[in-house]
Design a protein around this ligand. Structure first.
Ligand SMILES: *[C@@H]1O[C@H](CO)[C@@H](O)[C@H](O)[C@H]1NC(C)=O
Ligand SMILES: *[C@@H]1O[C@H](CO)[C@@H](O)[C@H](O)[C@H]1NC(C)=O
Ligand SMILES: *[C@@H]1O[C@H](CO)[C@@H](O)[C@H](O)[C@H]1NC(C)=O
Length: 246
């Protein structure tokens, strides 16, 4: 009698890429570098130098918002998420990337694409209106608001296309005091009107609330509905017992 055990396979399939600490840092830095150049009055669009800002706050990573952003990214969405309480803006980016380079750099790639809208489309007013928002600079406006202090982003690798893979970055934001007719920030000497309980960060010219830039953990993993930690386990699991009676 022969007993043969056949095929016993587990395939571990790492497809739930998210920003890790390095990706979060790069994403946050890209936002704050943009805000810093505006705050210091070194930002130039189409040859026009913008006045410095008295009150732009340093953005901080917000775990609740990052979790909501990652949940939206996990759907490989074609459009924006619905309105959410505690979210005042959302930016999305997609691109075909070489997935072997990882995803951590993509938040900064996205942030630079959004902020560069001013250099492409121009920036002629600091007063918010539908017309200004819809002139092709909506993402840059969201990144500029002095009070838009909370940011959280997610990233997802979606369908493969040839050697490349569709990557989607979602950033969500929360801050008060935005709306039509309001100014994105107050012009004047850098940091001269920092909001209560913030102090000037001399290096960046941003008003810093002194809470940690990146709290831990960077996502609320128990709220990430579609992503079990780190791995999807595709279990090609067969156990065949062939019993041959001779
Ligand atoms: C994070 O954002 C939420 C709103 O989405 C807000 O309620 C919460 O206070 C923020 N957390 C911090 C530490 O600011
Ligand atoms: C993707 O990146 C890897 C590592 O940098 C490289 O070896 C490979 O040729 C790249 N593939 C494409 C299609 O560019
Ligand atoms: C500033 O911080 C103090 C002490 O933490 C607090 O009592 C006060 O409400 C804060 N003010 C504002 C405007 O947030």
């Amino acid at each position: 009698m022969k007993i043969i055990f056949l095929l016993f396979g587990f395939i571990f399939h790492p497809n739930n890429a998210q920003f890790d600490k390095s990706g979060v840092q790069q994403t946050l830095d890209a936002h704050n570098e943009f805000r810093s150049s505006i705050a210091k009055g070194t930002y130039v669009t189409k040859g026009l130098l913008h006045a410095p800002a008295t009150n732009i706050m340093k953005m901080k990573w917000n775990v609740t918002i990052a979790t909501a952003a990652q949940n939206h990214a996990n759907k490989c969405p074609k459009g924006h998420d619905g309105p959410l309480e505690g979210v005042s803006g959302e930016c999305m980016w997609s691109g075909h990337i070489n997935a072997s380079k990882g995803v951590n750099h993509l938040g900064a790639v996205a942030a630079k694409a959004w902020s560069s809208e001013y250099t492409k489309k121009g920036w002629e007013t600091d007063v918010m209106s539908d017309e200004f928002f819809n002139s092709g600079v909506g993402h840059a406006i969201i990144m500029t608001w002095y009070s838009q202090v909370n940011v959280g982003c997610g990233v997802k690798l979606c369908q493969k296309e040839g050697d490349y893979q569709l990557a989607i970055v979602v950033c969500k934001y929360w801050g008060e005091g935005q709306g039509n007719g309001k100014i994105m920030y107050e012009s004047g000497p850098t940091c001269s009107a920092c909001p209560p309980n913030t102090t000037c960060d001399q290096a960046t010219g941003l008003c810093d609330s002194k809470i940690p830039d990146i709290p831990e953990p960077i996502y609320k993993y128990d709220e990430l509905v579609n992503s079990k930690p780190a791995y999807t386990v595709v279990m090609g699991f067969f156990l065949m017992i062939i019993v041959q009676l001779i």
